[in-house]
Design a protein around this ligand. Structure first.
Ligand code: NAI
Length: 301
């Protein structure tokens, strides 16, 4: 069945270029009204102008779509609230939020300033929280919402030189897992995408011929599915270059020992068993994980 977004309203942050631009164009091509948000700064978050977002809006309008530009920084909660109020005033609601805006300030941890750390956390974490909070009540009230967070291989698996970015992107996963639970009753579905694409963020990391095979259009199908009417919730979907995979956070069966054996030496001696992935599970919630751990504590040691 064709996925459509007629009569839906989406906000895509950081949509002046790269992945966000592609999401905005593809949503609009499928009938969605789109707020194209972008601060228009450089890759490290400096500077800003509305022109990038304006260009994307012009592209959408030229092909018969509906879109409006917004130049708020996602880090400015008041400006974000105003953006959401504008969208609601114009189109009556916000159904979809794609938290995509992001910056990089790569440096090894030894050389990373606290300012570089705070700035990256601010854009990814506070930015995502500001935007999500601004649409949350409306989505709950209308009992419909689709929210997509942007995580990264760095946040899930780590990358040298990206301590700030990795910490910020890992935070997205905790947010998804908790907001998915809190939103479920109101049909607010919350997911994460882990993209891999050639954009200005990654342009210096790959040869041109590889970049040609991994444009933002190879990620957008996953993003659009995750904000569609029949979207799943609580999913981490990796996408890029034609590949689509899911990431899970798993727990091994582990071991349980009697009080007398609760020593670091026991942990050391049985570390291979603790680490054995045979029979591992994906706990649905933190509470469920705790219950499983307690439950298996009653297994024979
Ligand atoms: P990009 O640099 O082309 O796009 C990011 C956009 O966010 C830019 O247009 C920028 O102006 C905007 N932005 C930055 N700070 C903002 C703020 N405070 N308020 C509003 N807009 C702001 O990079 P790309 O690759 O399209 O990245 C999009 C998202 O995907 C980011 O969250 C990034 O961390 C993430 N990502 C990208 C990967 C890739 O392979 N390209 C890999 C993993 C994650």
């Amino acid at each position: 069945m064709t996925i459509r977004f007629d009569n839906r309203v989406a906000i895509v942050t950081g949509a002046g270029g790269g992945l966000g631009r592609e999401y905005a164009l593809q949503l609009a091509a499928r009938g969605c009204r789109v707020v194209v948000n972008d601060l228009g700064g450089a890759r490290d978050g400096s500077g800003g102008s509305l022109s990038a977002a304006d260009d994307v809006v012009a592209e959408i309008v030229a092909t018969g779509g509906e879109a409006v530009a917004n130049g708020a920084s996602v880090t400015d909660a008041a400006a974000v609230d105003a953006m959401v109020a504008d969208a609601v005033g114009r189109w009556g609601q916000v159904d979809i939020l794609i938290n995509n805006a992001g910056i990089l300030r790569d440096r090894s941890f030894a050389k990373m300033s606290l300012e570089d750390f705070a700035q990256v956390m601010d854009v990814h974490v506070s930015g995502t929280v500001n935007c999500t909070r601004a649409v949350w009540d409306g989505m709950r009230g209308r009992v419909y919402g689709r929210i997509l967070m942007t995580t990264s291989s760095s946040g899930m698996y780590g990358n040298f030189g990206q301590a700030n970015y990795a910490a910020a992107k890992a935070a997205m996963i905790g947010l998804v897992k908790t907001l998915h639970l809190e939103g479920a009753k109101f049909d607010v579905r919350v997911n994460a995408i882990a993209p891999l694409a050639a954009t200005r963020m990654t342009e210096d990391l790959m040869p041109a011929e590889m970049a040609a095979r991994m444009g933002p259009e190879t990620v957008a199908p996953a993003a659009l599915y995750l904000v569609s009417e029949d979207a799943p919730s609580n999913v981490i979907l990796n996408a890029g270059a034609g590949g689509f995979e899911r990431t899970y956070i798993t727990m091994t069966r582990g071991i349980h020992v009697a009080a007398a054996d609760m020593s670091p030496e026991t942990v050391a001696a049985r570390f291979a068993e603790i680490s054995d992935r045979e029979g591992e599970v994906v706990p649905e919630t933190g509470t469920a994980q705790g219950a499983m751990a307690l439950g298996s504590a009653s297994r024979p040691a």
